[in-house]
Every structure is written in C-alpha cells, then in structure tokens.
Design a protein around this ligand. Structure first.
Ligand SMILES: NC(=O)c1ccc[n+]([C@@H]2O[C@H](COP(=O)([O-])OP(=O)(O)OC[C@H]3O[C@@H](n4cnc5c(N)ncnc54)[C@H](OP(=O)(O)O)[C@@H]3O)[C@@H](O)[C@H]2O)c1
Length: 301
C-alpha cells in the first residue's frame, strides 16, 4: 500500500470515528431501514426494540443492541424514535424522558401535531419528523423527510439526518412536520383513490389497470401543474377562471357519476367530488376557478 493510500485510509477512519453516535428506538419496517442507513454511513448505532430478535441483522452489521430503552438513550447523542404510534412512544420512551437531557430527540413516529408537541415537550433539544418515503428508499435522496422543532437541533444534526434522505426544516413548532405529513398523505390517498376508481371503471370495460396506469401517471403530472397556479390564487384570495370555470367542471362531473353507475361500480367517490363542487357553486363560485373549492374545505361554503 502506498503512503497516499495509507493517508486516505487513516482519514476515512478518522472521519468515521468522528461521526456522532445515534440510537434508534423501534425496529419495525421503518426503524430497521433508518438504523440500516445510519450503519451504512458509519455511525456508531445503538438500537432497541420490544421484540429484540428484529435487531439480529443490524447487530450482525455492527449495531449495538441495548437491553433497555434507558440504556439505548444513554448510548446516543441523537435519539431517533420510530414506533407504531404516540401511545407506544409514551409507553416505551416516556418513563426515560429524564435521560434525554443533553441529547437530541427526533420523533419520527406518525401522529397528530398535538402528539408531536407533547412528545417534543419532554426535552429542549427536540425535533419531530415525518417520513415521506417507504423503507426501501431510506438512505437515498428520493426519500424526503420533514422536520420541525428546535432550529439549533436541526442545524446540529443536519448532516446525520441527511443520511436518511433529503431533510427539510419547517421551523420551531414541533407540530408542523406532522401537519405537513397528514396533508401530503391526504394527497396520496386522494390520488390513489382516483386511480383505483378509474381502474375499476375501465376494468368494467375490459381494460387492464396496467394499460390505464401510464395515462394516469401522465395526467397526474399535468394536474400537479394546476396546484402551483391554484396555490397563488388561494394565497391572493381570488379565483379567476383562467383555465376552466367550476360550471364547466360540474357539467363533466355528472358523466363520471353516470358512467360509474352504468358500470355497476362505486358511485360514492364521484358523487362526493360532485357534491363538493356544487357546494362551491351554491356559495357563488360558479364562474370561478376550481381553486374556489378551498372555501368549501375551509368550511366557509
Ligand atoms: N413503513 C412505512 O412505509 C412508513 C412510512 C412513513 C412513516 N412510517 C411511520 O413509521 C412508524 C413505524 O412504522 P413501521 O412501518 O416501522 O411499523 P411496524 O413495522 O408495524 O413497527 C412498529 C414498531 O412499533 C413497535 N411497538 C408497537 N407498540 C409498541 C409498544 N407499546 N411498546 C414498544 N414498541 C412498540 C413495534 O415493536 P415490535 O417489533 O416489538 O412489535 C415495532 O418496532 C409509524 O408511525 C409509521 O406511520 C412508516
């Protein structure tokens, strides 16, 4: 080995030993992916899980299995919690909250904004996070994770958090990341429901979902462009029909309802779409853009 290679190796080892120690509490599908990404990046990683056997693969790759949550907390300067829900966090981590002092708590467990704020209240150095990714993409840039809470904690651990996926910080309210989470999940469910409904409709005519999917994907991409234009209208508080008026939308919505009934598939979903638009029309938005439905969702129409 040349001197240059020896130096390179020494530098790598020095960098590795400089990486902060991280604890991951919760080794379900997501927790294992988080711990795996941290191990792959070279972080000294301690793990804890109620069912200890789920740590076996991680331990074989160098993770330390802590026998108790208290031990796990003591081992890390950054404590990542990823359990089923807030009740599990209260039950497993709650009794050890005093041990969090001087460490940073990152709660990546899904929950409400209020639950995020409650858990963040256990310590000063805290972040709540939302994982907009599935376990298999954790550690890659296409995984995006949203954080809110202590700005200092985010700055201090930005590099480590970046090893899980791209990291965005929304400010000091620990509940904000959770709110973004559910709002974004609503987009996922709404979009998927529309795709599944469309697949059922075309399926009744003998079209395979895999033949429909490319057109659905192309259309979702076009529709996503509308969101940017409508966001500007929503923020201005005016909804000029620059593309199509709500009346024009409604005139076409009835066909989705009728075709669904004719195909013998679910009509609740299209009827709900139509009913929301009709409420906006009743509130005086017939000639406005589709963005005027924001008034319905705000509970004002
Ligand atoms: N999977 C995803 O694609 C995904 C994506 C985004 C966000 N998330 C969020 O990540 C979190 C974990 O999801 P997951 O997919 O990893 O779920 P999971 O595979 O069902 O794992 C749940 C974890 O919670 C633990 N747990 C449940 N109740 C507990 C209790 N009372 N005390 C201690 N531990 C308890 C389980 O321990 P045992 O192993 O002992 O049962 C396990 O480690 C959830 O909040 C989820 O919404 C998941």
């Amino acid at each position: 080995m040349t001197d240059a290679h020896t130096d390179e190796l020494a530098n790598e080892l020095a960098n590795e030993s400089a990486l902060e120690s991280v604890t991951v509490i919760g080794l379900g599908l997501m927790g294992r992916a988080l711990a795996s990404a941290l191990l792959a990046a070279g972080h000294p990683t301690t793990v804890w899980n109620r069912t200890a056997a789920k740590a076996d693969d991680l331990v074989a790759r160098g993770a330390t299995l802590a026998p108790t949550v208290g031990d796990a907390v003591r081992d890390g300067s950054l404590i990542i919690v990823c359990l089923a829900d807030a009740d599990a966090v209260r039950e497993a981590v709650g009794p050890h909250r005093a041990g969090l002092a001087g460490r940073t708590l990152v709660n990546l467990t899904s929950g409400t904004a209020e639950e995020a704020r409650e858990i963040a209240g256990w310590t000063a150095d805290r972040l709540d996070g939302a994982i907009m990714a599935t376990p298999e993409v954790i550690g890659r840039p296409e995984a995006f994770l949203l954080y809110s809470g202590s700005p200092d904690a985010f700055e201090k651990h930005r590099e480590t958090l970046g090893r899980l996926g791209s990291a965005t910080f929304f400010g000091a309210d620990p509940g904000l990341a959770s709110l973004y989470d559910v709002a974004l999940l609503g987009i996922m469910w709404g979009t998927l429901n529309a795709f599944l409904h469309g697949s059922a409709l075309l399926g009744a005519a003998g079209v395979k979902a895999s033949d429909f999917a490319p057109f659905a994907v192309q259309w979702v991409s076009s529709v996503s462009g509308f969101a940017t234009a409508y966001a500007a209208q929503i923020d201005r508080g005016g909804y000029p029909a620059e593309d199509a008026s709500l009346d024009t939308h409604i005139a076409t919505m009835k066909y989705l309802v009728r075709e669904s009934a004719a195909a013998g598939i679910d009509t609740d979903w299209p009827a709900r779409i139509q009913a929301l638009a009709e409420r906006a029309v009743q509130a005086g938005h017939a000639g406005a853009s589709y963005a005027s439905l924001i008034e319905v969702f705000r509970g004002r129409a």
